[in-house]
Design a protein around this ligand. Structure first.
Ligand code: PMP
Ligand code: GLN
Length: 390
């Protein structure tokens, strides 16, 4: 056959991520839409953000702030972030050299991993963990070292973390308040980690996207509070969570200047810059601390409403110390495994949830599922009515 008549052929690509398919959040949200179910699966609010914030972004667009911003983020937003961290956690980051605005926490985490992890380096993740960490490490050529959180309580097991640390451990990724278990690390936990890492060259990637959602008066223990951790940490947060704008995808990384310098080398070729008018809107909105200071009480009330309703079901309700998630044990309700149960619950009962097995590399099934309560009271009540049938 001549080259004119041969059908064009797409060359075969050897996958870089053989174990990865479409993520569970996408799958469950699509199923919830198809079945008309109440979507308590994927974590996002079903209510709108503060109109003041929308107005601030609109004003920035109207004022013509629509071209590339500085690579590291606009100065006023970096300054506002540094001021917020200083007032909340007592550590002053230099907004010029130590704060970088990112396209959400997802980009912040992969950029930090790509900046510091080389082939052959080990990176510790604590399972269950957010689904992007493992593929991020694999894309960097690193070796994933999975350390389980204590089964049942999801507390960090420092004996096992200590045993996993080697001379090749380049970084450990932690996440508090924790998705999916809704546990919150204590000051004692952070001090233990600080002691463990002190004699090592291990870096810390601290995923703190739920920093303003710690309940019952327990303060969020940011790595920024602990000098020995802050000195080795990329601290990651997300305005999407704090301001009910998950679709805007803007977050930040705070890290000591030498770490930020390496981060920015990757960042500039990864996204280069982040949405200008949204940055201006956020900078203006961040000058008022009330929205983030009031967030724990806002979500704690929703958590309590949801938990009260769940007590009327045969689910065993686990603690929810932070985040906008609530896990339940399904063993009193169904014989199904977690993933099948979530499919069934969405299809037959009309409420979508996420199986915890999705947060484990080996699909460990402990008969637990996660609900998201970042929803209007009306949505939560509708879901509870349906769940009461179980
Ligand atoms: N880390 C955790 C633990 C999360 O739950 C999320 C939310 N999906 C992210 C990171 C990503 O945040 P963003 O939407 O800002 O990229
Ligand atoms: N963080 C959210 C969750 O855990 C959703 C993120 C996503 O859709 N990738 O549900």
């Amino acid at each position: 056959m001549s080259s004119d008549t041969a059908l064009p052929r797409t060359p075969h690509v050897q996958t870089k991520l053989p174990a990865i398919g479409t993520n569970i959040f996408t799958i469950m949200s699509a199923l919830a839409t198809e079945k008309g179910a109440v979507n308590l699966g994927q974590g996002f609010p079903d209510f709108d953000c503060d109109p003041t914030l929308v107005q601030a972004v609109t004003d920035a667009m109207t004022r013509g702030l629509n071209q590339y911003p500085p690579m590291t983020g606009i100065a006023s937003l970096r300054e506002a972030v540094a001021a917020k961290i200083a007032s909340m956690y007592g550590r002053r980051y230099d907004p010029i050299a130590e704060i970088t605005i990112t396209a959400g926490a997802t980009q912040a985490i992969i950029t930090a991993v790509l900046a510091v992890v080389k082939p052959g380096d080990e990176v510790i993740v604590l399972e269950p963990c957010y689904d992007s960490y493992v593929p991020n490490i694999e894309l960097a050529g690193g070796t994933v070292v999975r350390v389980p959180l204590t089964p049942g309580s999801f507390r960090p097991d420092f004996g096992r973390i200590a045993a996993a640390l080697t001379s090749r451990t380049r970084a450990i990724i932690i996440n508090s308040p924790h998705n999916p278990s809704a546990t919150v690390w204590s000051r004692g936990d952070m001090l233990r980690l600080q002691d463990l890492l002190a004699p090592t060259d291990t870096l810390l990637i601290s995923d703190e996207v739920y920093e303003h959602m710690a309940f019952d008066g327990a303060p969020h223990q940011s790595a920024a509070r602990f000098p020995g951790l802050a000195a080795r940490a990329f601290i990651v947060s997300s305005f999407g969570k704090t301001y009910h704008v998950t679709g805007w995808k803007v977050g930040y990384v705070a890290a000591p200047a030498p770490l930020s310098a390496e981060f920015r080398k990757v960042h500039q070729f990864n996204v280069f810059t982040v949405n200008t008018p949204v940055q201006h809107g956020l900078a203006a909105y961040l000058t008022d601390p009330r929205p983030y200071l009031e967030l724990p009480a806002f979500y704690q009330r929703k958590r309590d409403l949801f938990r009260e309703g769940l007590k009327r079901t045969r689910f065993k309700v686990l603690p929810s110390e932070g985040t906008y998630f609530q896990c339940v044990d399904i063993s009193g309700v169904s014989q199904l495994g977690e993933a099948d149960f979530c499919q069934w619950l969405t299809t037959e009962i009309g409420v979508a949830a996420i199986p915890l097995s999705a947060f484990y590399g080996d699909g460990f099934d402990q008969r637990m599922v996660r609900f998201c309560f970042a929803k209007k009271d009306q949505t939560l009540n509708q879901a509870l009515q349906r769940l009461a049938r179980l």
